[in-house]
Design a binder for this molecule. Structure first.
Ligand code: SAM
Length: 231
């Protein structure tokens, strides 16, 4: 899979992808990550990407032309591509959406800044508008990292299939609780069933715990199967 992230702050992406699982996926060539400076697609001497809003009001708005030119340049016509614009106005990102992006061979992610991006980019360039939650960040770079991280770990071969099949949201529930050594710490004991070696009982206990945790922390997941959590 090829991912292109279009931003005015390409340096922000240096460290998050230079460690651990994402780093290994890049090294193995399971994903090709292309961080693109939006200013490459400006033509004036100040490399301007923003301008004052029509109609007045605070702040600056990101101009449409650099985004359109960037997408035209980056889109590989032989790949199945989706153009994602990050915006608080978008559909809220979740695990189902992350999985749905696996159907594409190229994802172009557009990061906004300032007051946001010219509406024509929303209406005529983006295939999908995505928010990472109901709050406002200063830019689309952190959301782009969230999307990229969530997606890369789902790419076959990046981590073991068992890990992504059993984790939270994979089956509409939160994952069961985990414990490791020591078996007893400051009077807090690991549930005896996990020490029993009885795999059937352990599996049944984990199923029950997943349900209990979901009821306790995220009852909405059980109420609304259309929430985008179930696969
Ligand atoms: N004026 C906009 C509004 O009220 O909706 C907020 C613009 S925000 C300060 C600047 C940029 O950050 C947005 O264009 C978007 O790319 C990004 N951004 C901020 N919050 C986001 C969120 N929750 N999800 C995705 N992108 C977000």
């Amino acid at each position: 899979m090829r991912m292109d992230i279009v931003t005015i702050f390409p340096d922000m992406f240096k460290s998050p992808f230079a460690e651990s699982i994402v780093k290994r996926a890049l090294e193995k060539g399971l994903v090709e990550l292309n961080i693109v400076d939006l200013r490459r697609y400006t033509h004036d001497k100040h490399r301007q990407v923003d301008d004052a809003p029509y109609g007045g009001g605070p702040g600056m708005v990101m101009k449409p032309e650099p985004f359109f030119e960037a997408v035209e340049d980056l889109k590989n016509p032989s790949l199945k591509t989706v153009v994602v614009l990050l915006s608080p106005a978008g559909e809220v990102f979740n695990q189902r959406m992350a999985r749905s992006f696996l159907a594409y061979e190229q994802i172009i992610i557009l990061c906004g800044r300032y007051e946001g991006v010219d509406e024509r980019v929303h209406q005529h360039l983006a295939d999908k508008i995505v928010s990472i939650g109901d709050y406002v960040l200063t830019g689309g770079e952190l959301p782009a990292m969230v999307l990229t991280d969530a997606l890369i770990r789902l790419i076959p071969g990046v981590i073991t299939a068992d890990s992504t099949a059993e984790e939270s949201f994979a089956e509409g529930l939160l994952e069961y609780p985990h414990y490791t050594r020591p078996a007893s710490y400051r009077g807090m004991d690991v549930p005896a069933v996990l020490l029993s070696g009885d795999h059937k009982r352990i599996a049944a206990w984990r199923k029950e715990q997943a349900l209990k945790r979901t009821l306790k922390y995220r009852p909405d997941l059980l109420e609304d199967n259309g929430s985008g959590v179930l696969d």
